[in-house]
Design a protein around this ligand. Structure first.
Ligand code: SF4
Length: 396
């Protein structure tokens, strides 16, 4: 009998932080608050309400994260503003860069010692950041490096937003050669299951998409939220009135296999998960992205391609096949290219738009399923290599 992995839907930590501490949420930050909340916070400091707009315009409009650099604030207030609204959230521990610096993976230490990673990807026409929404992950997908360590904790809204603002500032300073200087896209495909940290992720989406000084002013259509299929949360997302792209990590079209590959399937089966995804597509008019890691001799059989084709035919969905990235000590391997091509052929024959994701970047563990916060070298140590394009937005 197959032993099924145990998953953690409770959101309670199963792991301690990198230095053995109990995980705790960080102090409040302005990105946790809407503008009214920020006004109340500066009022508590005895400052005029317009100060909240000033600080917000620096943070979201000019991508300045340090109050000491906000030179139009009276010098006497900067320390108090830092403490009340701009506590440091992310400490970069290491950064790996490749593609001549256009692609970067950063490992952050959070205030309690938790470790998370983000990946920045520069293209000639756009700049995308892949953010983490949790430290670790409780979903226990057996082929995923992040899933092996369990959940440390949910990230706060501001910890998510600050990953984006940090990279947006980097892009604005012209750090990505041959790429636009404006970060335009965000994918929630880093560490964690975004919909398991629902309220904070949705608040982060709102903060990222509200116009400055309220937020960063990105287009909702340029935000992708992924999920392994937490059906109640998917249905809740459908009611939010947002037009973000939903990416469903399916990885198997049949319950027998998906129960093992994506343990949350023990709770919500393929039919129910797809139903929730199609409902989201119908409500928003946004094509759902079906993510499917191609794993040799596990889920890459022609009959599974045909079954997936039947499930998706005629639906507002496309398939994004992901050649599996190796993780240390894993028994899982990528499907051979001819097998992958046949899988694509069968899906397309069923009328399902299908693309294969670029797998560059394996060598710096920046590719999908490789974000495990295990540390790494300094910027430039591995320059010249190639890093995965984790985003699927090129197919949108
Ligand atoms: S694949 Fe995603 S949901 Fe599954 S364990 Fe990894 S990070 Fe979590």
């Amino acid at each position: 009998m197959t032993q099924l992995p145990v998953l953690n839907l409770s959101g309670n930590a199963t792991a301690t932080t990198s230095d053995g501490r109990r995980p705790t949420l960080p102090p409040r930050h302005l990105a946790d608050l809407d503008l009214a909340g920020r006004r109340a916070a500066v009022a508590d400091l005895g400052e005029p309400a317009f100060r909240a707009g000033q600080v917000s315009a620096h943070y979201f409009g000019r991508l300045v994260r340090d109050a000491e650099a906000m030179t139009d604030l009276p010098a006497r207030t900067r320390a108090a503003i830092t403490e009340a609204l701009l506590p440091p959230l992310l400490e970069p521990v290491s950064e790996l860069a490749t593609d001549n610096g256009a692609t970067r993976k950063t490992l952050w230490r959070l205030h309690d010692g938790s470790l998370v990673e983000s990946v920045l990807m520069g293209y000639p026409d756009r700049v995308t950041v892949c953010v983490s929404s949790q430290a670790g992950c409780g979903m226990a997908c057996p082929f995923c490096a992040t899933g092996q360590a369990g959940l440390t904790r949910n990230l706060s809204t501001a910890e998510i937003v600050d990953q984006v603002v940090w990279f947006a500032g980097l892009a604005a300073r012209g750090a990505l050669p041959g790429c636009p200087d404006r970060l335009s896209r965000v994918v929630f495909m880093g560490m964690g299951e975004p919909l398991a940290n629902y309220n904070r992720v949705i608040a982060a989406v709102r903060r990222l998409t509200e116009p400055a000084p309220e937020g960063l002013g990105l287009s909702q259509r340029h935000i992708t939220v992924s999920t392994v299929g937490l059906v109640p949360a998917m249905r809740r997302l459908t009611q939010e009135g947002l037009s973000v792209t939903l990416a469903l990590s399916l990885h198997a079209p049949d319950d027998d296999l998906r129960d093992t590959l994506v343990p949350v399937n023990q709770r919500w089966k393929v039919a129910e998960v797809l139903d929730a995804a199609f409902e989201y597509a119908a409500r928003t008019g946004r094509r759902v992205s079906i993510e499917y890691a191609m794993i040799r001799d596990v889920n890459d059989h022609p009959w599974r391609a045909d079954l997936l084709g039947r499930l998706l035919s005629g639906r507002l969905a496309h398939v994004n096949l992901i050649p599996l990235n190796p993780t240390p000590g894993s028994k899982w391997d990528a499907s051979p290219k001819p097998v992958e091509r046949e899988f694509v052929r069968r899906l397309r024959a069923a009328g399902v738009p299908t693309t294969v994701r670029d797998t560059r970047g394996r060598e710096i563990d920046g590719a999908c399923g490789q974000l495990a916060a295990s540390g790494g070298g300094k910027v430039g140590e591995r320059e010249g290599g190639l890093l995965a394009r984790r985003a699927n937005e090129e197919t949108q």
